[in-house]
Design a binder for this molecule. Structure first.
Ligand code: NDP
Length: 338
């Protein structure tokens, strides 16, 4: 099959491109500049002409994906800002929403051979963080983030801005499908992963350039100024980047899954669990937190992951220990001062 991956140079997307290439697919990856494509061309050189780069400078421009969607069978839309330093809502919401709608609009007008569009949404579009000990499933929406954005505007926290951007982008995709019923030859699937971790294969020059989710992990293990007890308060869920890439490529071709969202998550954790697992592998890790404090503690919230398991049969995801160990190995590939 021919698969279009938007934001191909991203952390998850690079793994996703590799997954499709390994399955024998042709991959067309969009990036924002020629330079960003060069690294990928090198990374995937062994697949020959099966990997192609297309430059889409501005995903918010109408018709930006018109050329890119031609002749492809499936689209993986991953391009969206993942930043915790945004100062205005529009830095995140605009590209998230208009990028998503732009891909769908181009697919509608020029994607004659497309059968499936996979939208990489997020657990952030599902979970309402204030609701403790709740089970979240595919009917859950983080409307609280959108509400907060409405009330506070740019003064909302960067995390709220990110969460709202993911809710608004995914909702806009479902609304697009509703208002284009019968007008498109393809369906959509939304995939909602929690924090994705593990060694990147995309271009990273230094530890200062890590993508947001890996940067968070690096700081968690190295920032000795942080509050040791807070590590036992923050909880979330995780999934290994290789597992999410595998799930996304399965969703690109699985029959009978169109029109649904899927939570794909490996398990719950407290930040302290990451710190403990890291110290077990490498006792020289500077941050210790309160060792063992969260062992056996019930998670802050629960994801229902049975829908994805039913469809994909993905019952066993990589363990936290594997994820943490491989991440430590990755961090060691950089000189400490960078
Ligand atoms: P990265 O930051 O590594 O990748 C983001 C990609 O989106 C890059 O290709 C980036 O291009 C592109 N992008 C960002 N902003 C814009 C913009 N304004 N216009 C055009 N392209 C843009 O992040 P991840 O790989 O972690 O995230 C990929 C997707 O997965 C996102 O949709 C994210 O919301 C979702 N996700 C990620 C999770 C995680 O823990 N990592 C968890 C759940 C969901 P460029 O390099 O040019 O900026």
């Amino acid at each position: 099959a021919r698969v279009l991956v938007t934001g191909a140079n991203g952390y998850i997307a690079a793994w996703l491109c590799r997954g499709h290439l390994e399955q024998g697919d042709y991959v067309i990856g969009t990036v924002r500049s020629v330079g960003k494509g060069a690294y990928l061309k090198k990374l995937f050189a062994s697949y020959g002409n099966k990997f192609e780069v297309v430059v889409v400078e501005d995903i918010t421009k109408p018709g930006a994906f018109d050329e890119a969607v031609k002749g492809v069978d499936a689209v993986q839309h991953t391009a969206s800002p993942v930043r915790l330093d945004a100062r205005t809502a529009n830095e995140l919401v605009d590209p998230a929403v208009r990028g998503t709608l732009g891909v769908l609009e181009s697919a509608k007008n020029f994607g004659k051979s497309i059968r499936r569009v996979v939208i990489l949404s997020s657990g952030a579009a599902v979970v309402q963080p204030a609701k403790d000990h709740t089970v979240f499933d595919e009917s859950s929406w983080n409307d609280a983030a959108v509400e907060e954005l409405k009330q506070k505007g740019d003064a909302a926290s960067p995390l709220t801005l990110y969460r709202a951007s993911k809710v608004l982008a995914e909702r806009s995709a479902w609304e697009f499908m509703e208002s284009n019923k019968g007008l498109v030859s393809w369906d959509i699937v939304a995939v909602n992963p929690p924090f994705v971790r593990l060694p990147p294969i995309h271009e990273v020059h230094s530890l200062l350039e890590l993508n947001a989710s890996m940067e968070m992990m690096y700081k968690m293990l190295n920032d000795t100024q942080s509050d040791a007890e807070a590590l036992s308060r923050f909880s979330g869920w995780y999934v290994d980047v290789r597992d999410i890439a595998a799930a996304l490529s399965q969703f690109a071709r699985a029959p009978d899954v169109g029109g649904q969202r899927f939570i794909v998550a490996a398990g719950p954790l407290f930040w302290q669990d990451i710190v403990d697992a890291a110290n077990e592998t490498d006792p020289t890790i500077p941050v210790k937190g309160v060792p063992g404090a969260t062992k056996g503690k019930p998670p802050g919230y629960t994801f229902s992951t049975s829908r994805a398991a039913r469809v994909l049969g993905m019952q066993s995801y990589r363990s936290l220990e594997t994820t943490v160990k491989d991440s430590l190995d990755y961090f060691k590939t950089f000189p400490a001062s960078t």
